[in-house]
Design a protein around this ligand. Structure first.
Ligand SMILES: Nc1ncnc2c1ncn2[C@@H]1O[C@H](COP(=O)(O)OP(=O)(O)O)[C@@H](O)[C@H]1O
Ligand SMILES: [Mg+2]
Length: 232
């Protein structure tokens, strides 16, 4: 049994949840915030993003997720993120409106100027955060199309005091150079008791204790071998 009661469906991860709580508080107080959550498949990146979404009360939320078979579709991910905010486009300068229209296939003009698209998205997110803080959650960023990734990373590096939060999840290992250097949170394995509780909850019926402990030990050994192989 885990010694702790799961918080918002999450077992353990107390330090990580505190970091997310702090990020949300900073956004509420008017700062902008960026966080790149990294970790191997299944480690709990999406679960932590879910925690951020569930606890962001009073926020406007925007979401996107990279999809493996859409990586060739220019601006597909950005369109997912921005679509609910597009009515605010009317408040942007004309060249920025035109650039968004070109990027999202709303005009015959093209190709979109990437720099102006970046400025337009920055302005659009700032407009969206005018009345309440905005939390953008971008899962599986390793599968975003390049145009979207470049644009969102451009925005992430230019945020100042707009109450705009960008929280990414990126599978490790993966080559996502665009997000390098941004504040990050690397997820390791759960503590033993939490891993046991998670396995118990996920396993239909009763799991033999010795089998359960052997599964956890094997996973920890695989993780430590792959992290020393990767030099991280
Ligand atoms: N701390 C946790 N508490 C409860 N369930 C968790 C926790 N971490 C991961 N899980 C569960 O484990 C599975 C894999 O986690 P997920 O967040 O999808 O991993 P990732 O996004 O890193 O691939 C999901 O079913 C998720 O709900
Ligand atoms: Mg995930």
């Amino acid at each position: 049994m885990s010694t702790e009661h799961p918080r918002y469906g999450l077992l353990g991860r107390h330090a990580e949840c505190r970091q997310v709580d702090q990020l949300l508080n900073n956004l509420r107080s008017g700062q902008s915030q960026v966080l790149v959550v990294r970790g191997e498949p299944g480690i709990g990146k999406s679960a932590l993003l879910g925690y951020a979404l569930r606890t962001a009360s009073g926020f406007r939320l925007a979401r996107a997720a990279g999809v493996e078979y859409e990586t060739e579709l220019a601006y597909a991910g950005l369109h997912q993120l921005c679509a609910p905010m597009l009515p605010l486009k009317a408040r942007l300068p004309e060249p920025q409106r035109d650039a968004l229209d070109a990027a999202f296939g709303l005009s015959a003009h093209g190709p979109a100027d990437r720099f102006v698209v970046g400025l337009a998205v920055l302005a659009l997110l700032a407009e969206a955060a005018e009345e309440q803080p905005l939390l953008c959650v971008i899962d599986d960023a390793q599968w975003l199309d390049t145009e979207s990734l470049v644009t969102i990373a451009f925005v992430a590096r230019r945020l100042l005091a707009e109450s705009v939060g960008l929280v990414f999840a990126v599978r490790q290992p993966s080559q996502v150079r665009e997000l390098a250097g941004l504040p990050e949170l690397v997820l390791g394995g759960l503590r033993h008791n939490d891993a046991r509780a998670l396995l118990d909850a996920a396993w239909p019926g009763r799991l033999d204790e010795q089998v359960r402990d052997r599964v956890i030990a094997s996973l920890a050994a695989i993780r430590s071998r792959s992290s020393s192989f990767l030099g991280s």
